[in-house]
Every structure is written in structure tokens, then in C-alpha cells.
Design a protein around this ligand. Structure first.
Ligand SMILES: Cc1ncc(COP(=O)(O)O)c(C=O)c1O
Length: 412
């Protein structure tokens, strides 16, 4: 039996000290790791004008947004409050792209009022946008190019039939009619097709489809490939070598720019790639128990804090920080929510004792931002390690937070 996870976090950061100071459960993020991810991403794209727009739904924190700004990224947003936070964090409106999905047109109007770049993903809102703004406000369009984004061919067709995202490539003629009728200023083509893309080929093979579509529009200034880049989380799945992707895509992009007759910007909107492995959820083992078949490690956290294993069957590495040399044993690692609440089954860990500090890895993306107060439990605090110092960037919820918006009526 082997515990395979080795983690820079545990090796390089004094996590036990941080957890003593701030308590558990606790999300801890590492600014240096985020910076390295950005630099790695940029490495392959030497020629193209790469613009990284951090998908802030993955980790929605003012301090992290400020950090991203200081590292030179823009912001990808999906709601008006995300835009407002981005503006608070110091992004200029034109560094923020707004790609909401299935929203009332009034949200697009608010986005326009806030001055951000508008990305439209359905014909209904495109028509309303054209009618109201015509050429006076530029926009981009999110297309579903129907390019295979999933690994398993059998699932691809069904996935595309089910996908609610983007304007279908089948509706391209309608887009062109609207563009012509209202003299629309379509400046960008956005072709994020899926999350968790494991192979560069998806981007490389999908790019020409996007380029062909872009050729049909006169004023294009950028092509946006979205996000979705799979990270190495230790689950044994294939991941993308982003440097290799950059090199290959850069060549195709330059060829396209030459054919288009103008140098364009190349956008990506990574979320998980930048922050996924930059965060860890630390929790304490509060209970050990057995049901006669399995040994359970009960943590002082649950799927209310990190829902991905229960929601997506996602794999997260787990480490016993307190007992790194303990005997290896298989455990079911479970949370404290009064429902099935399992982080991992039959996971081999160094022997876990009550009070041991347990690290749940790859907890930077879609963890805190998807957390809830279900079971009336407080959401954890968040800490950012920056310049060697651990800084609190969000307080733990309190009882007052839980009841703040409740209105007690008179029952008589
Ligand atoms: C339009 C768009 N851009 C960017 C992202 C970020 O994806 P990821 O965090 O997987 O990179 C998503 C995620 O679903 C998305 O829908």
C-alpha cells in the first residue's frame, strides 16, 4: 500500500502553524503557486498576444482578484456581483469580460452600464442587444462550435445535444443576419466548449473551426478559447501540457492572423488551471469509527465546504499532515453533514488518529466558491500565503451571518 500524494504545500508551508493560528476547517491558498501557474501558461505563447482572463467563479475572493490583477491577468465573470467585485479589486472595466449563461437581458444591460466587455451566448439576447445598442456597444459572441471536448467519443454526441451553452454553430446565419441588420460591432469569437479538457487536441482541432467562423466577421479583435484545462490532481487521468498547447496553438493562431489580415489577441479564461492546485482545505479528524466493514475518518468539514467529490465524483488527494510516518491504512474519509458525505473511499493514508490535521488537496477551484451553510454550519475562513506570510482573506462565518437575512415573523 502506498500513499502517493506528495504536496509542495505541506513541504514548503508551515501549515500546522497556520491552522493553529486560524483554526480548522480552513482554506489556504498559495500566491507563489498561482504566479507559477500563470507563468507556465504564458510560456508557450511567445508570439501571440495572449490575454489571460481569470475565471473568478472558481475562487471568488476580492484578495485573489487583486492578486490576479497584480499578476497582470484580466477577469472572466458570469454575474453582476462578480463584475462589481472585479471593479472593487481594481480591474478596469475593459479588462473584465462578462459571459453570463441563460440570463434575463436586464443583466446584460447592467453589464453594459458597468462598462465591461459583453459576451452574448444566445440569439434571444443578441437580438435584444442589437435592437437596443446597435453599433454603439461592441460585443463578442459565445459559440458552440460542436467540437468534441470530451474524451470518450460515445459521450460526445450526447453531450453536444444536451449542452445549453453558446449559440449553436447551426445558428450562425442568424447571427450574421442580426449583425448585418443592426450593423453590430462583433469584436470577439468565444469558443469555450466544456470544462475539464484533458487533451491539447481539443483546442488544436477546435481552433480552425473557430477561425473559420471568425473569418466571416469583419471586426474581430480577439478569439477567446475559454477555460476548462484539466489539472493534474493525482487521479491518473491525462492532463494538458499547457506549454506544448501554447506552442502548437500559437503557430495556428499566427497563420490565422495572417490570413485574416490583422494581428488579433488570443484569450483564455482559466479558473481551475490557475488556482485548483494552489489551495488546500485543512480539517481535523474529530471521530474514528468502524461499521464492521470499513474504518471511517470523520472530519470537522463536509460537502457543504467541498462538494466536488459528492457532486462530480471528483478526486481530491488527501494527506495526514500530523502523522507522515504512520502505518498505511485504508479509510473512508467522511464529512459531518447528516447525509452521505464522503470525500474518499478506501483511501490509503498514514494512520489517522483523532485530532490529526488532514489536508484535502486541489481545493483552490470550485470549492469555497461552491460552499454553503447547509446543516447550519459555518463556512470556513480563507487564508492567502503571500510573501511568506499567512493573511486572512475571509473570516469564518458566525452565527450572526447565518441568521442575518432571516426575518422572524410573529406566529400567533
Ligand atoms: C465560459 C467559461 N469560461 C471559463 C470557465 C473556467 O473553466 P475552468 O475553471 O475549468 O478553467 C468556465 C467554466 O465552466 C466557463 O464556463
Amino acid at each position: 500500500m502506498e500513499q502517493k500524494e506528495k504536496n509542495f504545500f505541506i513541504q514548503e508551508i508551515d501549515v500546522e502553524h497556520i491552522c493553529r493560528e486560524f483554526g480548522t476547517p480552513l482554506f489556504v491558498y498559495d500566491a507563489d503557486h498561482i504566479f507559477n501557474q500563470i507563468q507556465t501558461f504564458q510560456k508557450g505563447f511567445e508570439k501571440g498576444d495572449l490575454k489571460i482572463k481569470f475565471a473568478c467563479k472558481s475562487l471568488t475572493s476580492l484578495s485573489v482578484m487583486k492578486l490576479m490583477k497584480s499578476y497582470g491577468t484580466g477577469l472572466d465573470t458570469v454575474s453582476i456581483p462578480e463584475i462589481k467585485m472585479g471593479l472593487m479589486a481594481g480591474f478596469a472595466p475593459d479588462q473584465i469580460v462578462f459571459t453570463p449563461n441563460c440570463v434575463d437581458f436586464s443583466e446584460i444591460e447592467q453589464g453594459v452600464d458597468l462598462g465591461v466587455r459583453i459576451n452574448i451566448e444566445n440569439i434571444s439576447n443578441l437580438e435584444k442587444f442589437a435592437l437596443k445598442y446597435g453599433r454603439s456597444v461592441p460585443c463578442s459572441i459565445r459559440l458552440n462550435p460542436h467540437v468534441a471536448a470530451q474524451q470518450h467519443a460515445s459521450k460526445v454526441e450526447e453531450w453536444h445535444k444536451q449542452s445549453k451553452f453558446g449559440i449553436s454553430a447551426f445558428e450562425l446565419e442568424t447571427v450574421k443576419q442580426i449583425e448585418a441588420s443592426y450593423n453590430l460591432d462583433i469584436q470577439g469569437i468565444h469558443i469555450h466548449s466544456s470544462s475539464v479538457i484533458m487533451s491539447s487536441e481539443v483546442f488544436i482541432n477546435g481552433a480552425p473551426v473557430g477561425f473559420d467562423i471568425a473569418m466571416g466577421f469583419k471586426n474581430v479583435e480577439f478569439i477567446d478559447f475559454g477555460g476548462g484545462i484539466k489539472l493534474d490532481v493525482g487521479d491518473g487521468n491525462k492532463v494538458i501540457d499547457v506549454v506544448d498547447l501554447g506552442k502548437k496553438l500559437d503557430v495556428k493562431f499566427q497563420e490565422f492572423c495572417t490570413a485574416y489580415g490583422r494581428k488579433l489577441e488570443l484569450w483564455f479564461e482559466p479558473g481551475r488551471y490557475l488556482v485548483g492546485n494552489s489551495g488546500v482545505l485543512f480539517a481535523e479528524c474529530v471521530v474514528r469509527k468502524t461499521n464492521g466493514y470499513k474504518e471511517f475518518i470523520g472530519l470537522n468539514t463536509g460537502f457543504n465546504h467541498l462538494i466536488r467529490p459528492m457532486f462530480y465524483n471528483a478526486y481530491h488527494g488527501i494527506i495526514n499532515v500530523s502523522n507522515p510516518d504512520g502505518d498505511l491504512k485504508p479509510y473512508n474519509v467522511v464529512g459531518n453533514i447528516c447525509e452521505i458525505d464522503t470525500f474518499a473511499k478506501d483511501r490509503v493514508l498514514n494512520e489517522v488518529r483523532e485530532k490529526d490535521l488532514i489536508a484535502i488537496l486541489s481545493a483552490g477551484a470550485y470549492c469555497y466558491s461552491m460552499a454553503s451553510t447547509y446543516n447550519s454550519r459555518y463556512r470556513p475562513a480563507e487564508v492567502l500565503v503571500i510573501n511568506g506570510k499567512a493573511k486572512l482573506i475571509r473570516k469564518r462565518d458566525t452565527f450572526e451571518d447565518l441568521i442575518r437575512n432571516q426575518v422572524e415573523i410573529d406566529i400567533s
